[in-house]
Design a protein around this ligand. Structure first.
Ligand SMILES: [Zn+2]
Length: 244
């Protein structure tokens, strides 16, 4: 049992839960691209809203933090103000977590294989302009939930190396664009003429790589993060490249 800064008690109970059983096999697989405007964009063309809980609560949080900084150290009012700040943080955490759980559970239930890009979130958070948005999106938590839920339900999570050019490839013909500026949201392939939504196209490319990996062993360099099922499959097939 742990007392949280907000004054709420946190109780963890360890349960050996055998109600979590692998789900029946699904015929479907999905590629998921993560973003800022939308938290997740799937190869099916679905765009999951970024809840932006932090943005919503940000003003309240700032006000509470300022009030706290004005209170005298050691005073009762300071303690009250501190608790208020902690409560807002907690609210943000709760609503974000609830949203993420619903989304990841659905993705894992519906699909046998989920393919995501392996993001170096920490590196990106060092860019201060993007930092607030990115921590708000909680990409790390999103992938983490997909990871353990895939293990629970007998699904496979494939993490594709972040250097794979998912945005630059045409998912229809495989043509690779030389560059793709971040503000290009839609583009037309110069080779086959296909019109692409940037994020959906990227998600489709991720899915295609995921298929390659599950079908013939890891021919694309992966960060070596697979469920047991996936590892068993790849061991039978081609030799996997060593973990980086
Ligand atoms: Zn094309």
């Amino acid at each position: 049992m742990r007392l949280e800064p907000s004054g709420r008690w946190h109780i963890s109970i360890l349960v050996d839960d055998d109600t979590v059983k692998p789900l029946p096999q699904s015929e479907k697989s999905v590629g998921v691209d993560v973003g800022i405007a939308y938290l997740a964009i799937t190869s099916d063309g679905e765009k999951a809203e970024n809840p932006r809980h932090l943005t919503k609560h940000y003003k309240r949080l700032r006000r509470a933090q300022k009030a706290l900084s004005r209170k005298m150290k050691g005073s009762r009012n300071r303690e009250k103000a501190r608790r208020k700040v902690a409560k807002i943080h907690e609210k943000i955490k709760d609503s974000r977590s609830d949203y993420l759980h619903k989304l990841t559970t659905r993705l894992v239930r519906e699909n046998q294989t989920v393919v995501v890009e392996d993001l170096s979130v920490k590196g990106m958070v060092r860019n201060p302009k993007l930092a607030k948005h990115i921590s708000d999106c909680a990409w790390g938590e999103f992938v983490n939930q997909l990871d353990y839920k895939c293990q629970w339900y007998g699904r496979t999570l494939v993490k594709v190396d972040k250097w794979f050019p998912s945005s630059k490839l045409c998912s229809s013909c495989g043509h690779k664009a030389d560059s793709m500026a971040l503000d290009v949201r839609e583009w037309t392939c110069p080779k086959c003429g296909a019109d692409h939504d940037r994020d959906i196209n990227a998600a489709r490319n991720l899915l295609a790589v995921g298929h390659t990996v599950t079908a013939c062993g890891a021919s694309v360099r992966l960060e070596g993060h697979c469920s047991r099922e996936q590892l068993r499959k790849t061991r039978k097939g081609k030799k996997q490249e060593p973990k980086s």
